[in-house]
Write a protein that binds this ligand. Structure first.
Ligand SMILES: [Zn+2]
Length: 359
């Protein structure tokens, strides 16, 4: 399931893809995220927001298109024309008692006795998982796919703390046993703190009993290029954080996995980035303010753009949004990509396939 150490890229490895992109200085600047090296403004979570970017073309994977036009090709096992990479950030695993109490009271008020009884039993059992990971895997299995679950390893007092990873050891064991992937979901400061990153990786590996290769930061907090360098030094094979917290699309014009480049050191970085294209929550009333129909139109447009260049449409769907209309949207993505014959898989498989190659 996990590639071995010689799959790791070294910063000494020549990256032909970089030479191709360099031919167009504008695209090289976009690809390396040059404007993020000295940002004028970051948001309250320390993120570089899309509204600060000079790039106004975030819905077009321009760097990936340039690579394909200039002799790069991407091939997937089984001859699939493109890939859908499924991920879940696990910010919460237990139902907050207060919220469940409220929901039991509301159900009773509506006369929904069965729901109310269910909610009450959840109030009594503090450790009841909010979401059944097996349900998610069962759904993805129907499409012949699998996914990556990014778990948080926070401690009481941490800003993002909502569960102890040791309390979901059994569930994580099942995920690993079924062949799905478990990655690390860093907290609000992990992307800036190598020691914290290493400690969390080790604590998660004690639960998974295997090497943790993948990373995504909470709230998509990320510092270019420092976070990539830290991840490489800490022994991660890939990251999948690169996406805007306030807008879907292609933050550096890429929809293929790639080796990042550090403009300060003038060297490539020994880690693979699998750029995230769509986060479930970004479409809603707080960020992009899209209604359901327009959200779906945008998602289809993004998937079509990725499919045209044989790229990877990476999506994060939180376990907390696996119900109602949100679950409906997730199914629509799976249906649409299946119809277009996508390879449906986890980040670790995409990382193993690696970046596009020169034909
Ligand atoms: Zn998160």
């Amino acid at each position: 399931m996990y590639p071995n150490d010689d799959m790791h890229y070294s910063s000494e490895t020549a990256i032909p893809m970089h030479d191709i992109i360099r031919r167009d200085p504008g695209l090289w600047s976009l690809f390396t995220r040059e404007e993020e090296y000295s940002p004028e403004l970051l948001d309250e979570f320390g993120r570089f927001p899309y509204y600060m970017s000079r790039d106004r073309n975030v819905f077009q994977p321009r760097v990936s298109e340039f690579l394909i036009e200039n002799g790069c090709s991407m091939e997937f096992p089984g001859g699939h024309p493109f890939a859908l990479c499924l991920t879940h950030d696990i910010d919460h695993v237990f139902t907050p008692i207060l919220k469940k109490g409220l929901s039991a009271w509301r159900s009773l008020k509506r006369g929904e006795i069965r729901e109310a009884v269910g909610s009450v039993s959840q109030v009594r059992s503090r450790k009841r998982p909010l979401c059944n990971f097996n349900d998610i895997m069962d759904l993805e299995e129907k499409y012949g796919g699998k996914s990556t679950f990014f778990f948080m390893v926070e401690s009481p007092g941490d800003r993002a703390y909502s569960y102890d990873i040791e309390d979901v050891a059994e569930e994580i064991g099942e995920i690993v046993e079924r062949g799905w992937e478990v990655g690390l979901h860093g907290g609000f400061t992990t992307h800036l703190d190598e020691q914290e990153l290493r400690v969390k990786k080790e604590r998660l590996e004690r639960i998974t009993s295997c090497s943790v290769q993948g990373y995504r930061n909470h709230y998509l907090c990320f510092k270019v290029p420092d976070t990539w360098e830290m991840l490489a030094r800490a022994g991660f094979m890939y990251d999948s954080t690169l996406s805007y917290g306030d807008c879907a699309g292609f933050r550096n014009g890429m929809c293929h996995p790639f080796i990042p480049f550090n403009l300060n050191s003038g060297r490539s970085i020994g880690v693979i980035e699998i750029p995230l294209i769509l986060m479930d929550g970004v479409l809603d009333s707080t960020h992009m303010r899209l209604d359901r129909a327009t959200s779906w139109r945008l998602i289809r447009m993004l998937i079509d753009s990725v499919a045209r260049v044989h790229g990877v449409f990476t999506v994060v769907w939180h376990n907390t949004l696996m119900r109602g209309e949100d679950l409906g949207m997730y199914r629509k993505i799976l249906d649409y990509c299946k119809e277009k014959d996508a390879l449906i898989t986890s980040c670790s498989e995409i990382a193993t396939i690696g970046p596009p190659e020169i034909r």
